[in-house]
Design a protein around this ligand. Structure first.
Ligand SMILES: *[C@@H]1O[C@H](CO)[C@@H](O)[C@H](O)[C@H]1NC(C)=O
Ligand SMILES: *[C@@H]1O[C@H](CO)[C@@H](O)[C@H](O)[C@H]1NC(C)=O
Ligand SMILES: *[C@@H]1O[C@H](CO)[C@@H](O)[C@H](O)[C@H]1NC(C)=O
Ligand SMILES: *[C@@H]1O[C@H](CO)[C@@H](O)[C@H](O)[C@H]1NC(C)=O
Length: 343
């Protein structure tokens, strides 16, 4: 009896300890080895973000935080391939803003036909990350080139994301044409704000946009018929890419197609997204897929709002059941454990 009592007390204590410790263990924050502070007014280690990035050694393996104080930073910032494990942190995407105004000369169709980077399109981005293992939070990336006059807009990127295992939390991407090049790798965009008019999320990547707000900024009285929220570029059946919008909303001014197929295996899924009437009834455009839309995987599942009415959509849109859509919306679409290893 005595013995039983002791055993059950021990078990009880163990269970309590495990219950109390388990959540702490599972959400244990990943340590950051050092913090570099950037302050445009001069109160930090540097006044420019690129100077802080340059301080991170090539081949870096420990998370380094670059904290950017509130302010406007007029510079182009590049995280090179060699400098992994950087956490870029602002003080809110309406307070800490990186902005520049680079742009490409030439028409979209010419450029896309000749490949995304025929004219240095990707290099126009205000912010570029080529490294694997990168996190940004609470900061805005802005390209101001088409900001004032959109009647003769050209490609002007706010950000290029070109590495694997990358997450953005509560960030803003502001532009008009080609705002965000979500180019290669697996990415998680969490509660981000993405603004643009034409192909404003494009590239080959495999990404989940979780609870993001997509805002069309096509001027109300412009000659432009409609823009395209996405231009996904998946080329072959075996390629890993796909853009998945999970929750969140699509709104703004002008009209928008949900996407156009840059290549024949373009893959875009909207899942439970709240769509305003900016969405054109047809929903999607074939673009380079031409008549060959069999392998284009454009789908909407469980969306709400006036723009979500599928009655007049293109006949080649795919109809996925809640079960079929699971492989796209489950975090395993992008995550095999890397997300929980980020700070
Ligand atoms: C529009 O922009 C293009 C390329 O930037 C330029 O060649 C053209 O002259 C511009 N057109 C007008 C009407 O400004
Ligand atoms: C905007 O640009 C177009 C073409 O370059 C020009 O015709 C127009 O006058 C400009 N509008 C404003 C308000 O500057
Ligand atoms: C959908 O978005 C509209 C406009 O932002 C908002 O008024 C509405 O409450 C949203 N609906 C839901 C269910 O969140
Ligand atoms: C696509 O189909 C339409 C209608 O059947 C036809 O007129 C057009 O020539 C086709 N285009 C191509 C590139 O095959």
């Amino acid at each position: 009896m005595e013995c039983h009592r002791t055993v059950s007390s021990v078990v009880l204590v163990l269970v309590l300890v495990l219950l109390l410790r388990w959540p702490a263990l599972s959400s244990a924050s990943v340590p950051v080895s050092r913090t570099i502070t950037v302050d445009s007014k001069g109160g930090g280690d540097f006044r420019s973000i690129q100077s802080a990035v340059n301080l991170v050694p090539d081949g870096n393996r420990e998370w380094v935080r670059i904290h950017v104080r509130a302010g406007g930073y007029r510079e182009k910032v590049t995280i090179p391939r060699e400098k992994g494990y950087i956490l870029l942190e602002g003080e809110g995407h309406s307070s800490t803003v990186i902005y520049f105004d680079d742009y490409v000369h030439g028409s979209t169709d010419d450029l896309m036909r000749r490949g995304a980077n025929a004219m240095g399109t990707l290099e126009t981005a205000t912010f570029r990350v080529y490294a694997n293992d990168f996190v940004a939070r609470d900061i805005a990336f802005t390209n101001t080139h088409n900001g004032v006059n959109k009647s003769n807009a050209t490609q002007a990127l706010a950000a290029l994301v070109d590495g694997d295992r990358i997450a953005f939390h509560r960030c803003a991407f502001n532009g008009f044409q080609d705002t965000l090049c979500d180019n290669t790798g697996r990415h998680y965009f969490h509660e981000c704000f993405i603004k643009g008019g034409v192909d404003f999320i494009f590239g080959y990547a495999r990404s989940i946009y979780d609870g993001c707000t997509l805002v069309s900024n096509i001027p109300l009285r412009s000659g432009r018929h409609a823009g395209w929220v996405t231009a996904h570029a998946r080329r072959h059946a075996g390629d890993p890419g796909g853009f998945v919008f999970k929750g969140g909303e699509l709104r703004g001014t002008g009209r928008q197609y949900l996407g156009r197929a840059w290549n024949k295996y373009a893959t875009v899924v909207y899942y439970h997204v709240n769509m305003s009437s900016v969405v054109v009834p047809k929903g999607w455009a074939p673009w380079y897929a031409g008549n060959d839309t069999n392998d284009v995987l454009f789908a909407e599942v469980g969306c709400i709002g006036p723009g979500s009415d599928m009655a007049r959509r293109v006949p080649w849109e795919k109809h996925l059941s809640e079960v079929e859509v699971e492989k796209f919306v489950d975090m395993s679409f992008i995550d095999d454990g890397w997300l929980s290893k980020q700070p």
